[in-house]
Design a protein around this ligand. Structure first.
Ligand SMILES: Cc1cc2nc3c(=O)[nH]c(=O)nc-3n(C[C@H](O)[C@H](O)[C@H](O)COP(=O)(O)OP(=O)(O)OC[C@H]3O[C@@H](n4cnc5c(N)ncnc54)[C@H](O)[C@@H]3O)c2cc1C
Length: 427
């Protein structure tokens, strides 16, 4: 079969690899210059490894992506970095049952109560029980009032903003279930791993066009795509087309889609992200924290992630690299503000954590995406778009179909494998 795959993120690359293995004639169209999608990375002068635009790691139980790395003989590092929370201007390590048990902001009884609720979620496989309950109402009632107010409510509010009270417990369950204390990372960075996977597609006879942007997709039984490459517009027919773009982008490029289908996709909501990457001459966190959750809804930042407290700074010319992350609706002012303007809003907050941080700051870069995370409302399971679309032989495979798990490259690999099987079986 002659198959077009739109997007060279991990969903598109994996689908392409599996379909090419089956002997299909595969072409990937990617608007960027490089593969990786949301896990894309870049290198500054002197860096040996690339760094992701947005903080990325794997959990050690991310079996699909780790299995693929193993199959492709790609080296993966495993480490146990420190995860902490900032509460009332103090950093508490909170990343294991023992650190939870010694968390002094709660009484022993409160700690035990919180531990029992988290254990109940972690060891409960019946996630569909949680589809009809919001995380906010469940946690408020069960985890202890104080624990909810100081840890979990700030997490929901800072991450989901106006949707905080509407997030299904399923989302929270998946976060608790999947979390591992050890984390994994592809040697060289996610970009390097994506390039390795792209090479595997090419080795199986597939083609990849970079800086090739899809403008329109149509089907009268035989799908056709129009795209721009090297400033030239082209039209080409395929037997099957797999779209891996977010649903809002699919709607824009497929004028034949019926209104009711478009409406079902627009009812699905998502949230964007704006992240700053700070390069330092010295460590930012004195205590080696890798990931700091900010449990303060008034703070201008959701998480501070010192990447080089996880991955050795020697790969980045001995620089210390720190992400300042925020999930935001895509009309938020940070999307249009410069690094400098945003930093002026973060300055007070950062100074409280590290009063000398400005002395060692080398440079700042800003990255943003309008769609970083789907919103799981109650009963999201009933809203998930199907892989097949109203357009014959055109398929959709994107983050909004990853459920009940929280999206990630592991699930992009799983999704790519699923859609490849479906397309093969439909022939
Ligand atoms: C802030 C943040 C933190 C994250 N943290 C982690 C983490 O720690 N671990 C983890 O595993 N995952 C993490 N993720 C999620 C992970 O990056 C995604 O789940 C995954 O990369 C999605 O892959 P995808 O292929 O489905 O989609 P995408 O990566 O979005 O790929 C879609 C591709 O389509 C291309 N495209 C778009 N429009 C067009 C067009 N018109 N024509 C041609 N090409 C087009 C895009 O350039 C892109 O390459 C994070 C994401 C964000 C935003």
């Amino acid at each position: 079969m002659k198959i077009a795959i739109i997007g060279a993120g991990f969903t598109g690359l994996t689908a392409a690899y599996r379909l090419a293995q089956e002997g299909n004639d595969i072409t990937i169209f990617e608007k960027d210059q490089k593969p990786g999608g949301l896990a894309l990375g870049y290198k500054e002068k002197g860096w040996e490894w690339s760094l992701e635009y947005f903080y990325h790691h794997w959990f050690t139980n991310d079996d699909s992506v780790l299995g693929l790395a193993k199959e492709l003989k790609y080296p993966v590092l495993t480490k146990r970095p420190k995860t902490s929370s900032l509460i009332d201007n103090r950093i508490y390590q909170l990343d294991s049952p023992s650190t939870l048990l010694s968390f002094s902001k709660l009484s022993l009884l409160e700690r035990i109560q919180m531990g029992l609720v988290l254990a109940f979620l972690r060891y409960n496989p019946f996630w569909n029980l949680f589809e009809n309950i919001t995380a906010a109402s469940f946690l408020n009632k069960t985890i202890g009032r104080k624990a909810y107010l100081i840890l979990w409510q700030p997490l929901l509010v800072s991450k989901f903003g106006e949707y905080a009270d509407k997030i299904a417990l399923t989302w929270f369950w998946s976060r608790i279930k999947k979390r591992t204390t050890y984390l994994a990372y592809p040697q060289g960075g996610f970009l390097h791993f994506a390039q390795h996977l792209a090479d595997a597609v090419l080795n199986k006879g597939g083609k990849i066009y970079f800086q090739a942007e899809l403008n329109q997709v149509k089907s009268d039984g035989v799908p056709s795509i129009s795209y721009t490459i090297n400033n030239q517009s082209k039209i080409e027919n395929f037997d099957k087309v797999i779209i891996t773009l977010p649903s809002f982008a699919f709607i824009k490029i497929a004028p034949q889609l019926p209104e009711n289908y478009k409406k079902s996709l627009t009812n699905l909501k998502g949230i964007g992200a704006v992240v700053l990457v700070l390069r330092f001459k010295k460590k930012f966190f004195a205590d080696d924290t890798y990931w700091l959750n900010i449990c303060d809804t008034q703070a201008p930042v959701l998480a501070v992630v010192e990447h080089t407290n996880f991955i050795d700074k020697k790969h980045y010319n001995n620089e210390h690299l720190v992400y300042l992350g925020n999930y935001l609706p895509n009309n938020h002012r940070f999307f249009t503000m410069s690094e400098k303007q945003i930093m002026s809003e973060f300055d007070n907050f950062l100074t409280k954590i590290n009063p000398d941080y400005k002395k060692d700051l080398i440079a700042i870069r800003k990255f943003s995406t309008p769609f970083a995370q789907p919103i799981f409302f109650k009963n999201y399971g009933k809203m998930i778009p199907t892989f097949t679309t109203p357009l014959q032989n055109i398929y959709l495979a994107n983050m909004q179909q990853v459920y009940p798990w929280d999206r990630g490259t592991n699930y992009a690999v799983e999704l790519g494998e699923k859609i490849a099987r479906l397309v093969t079986d439909s022939h």
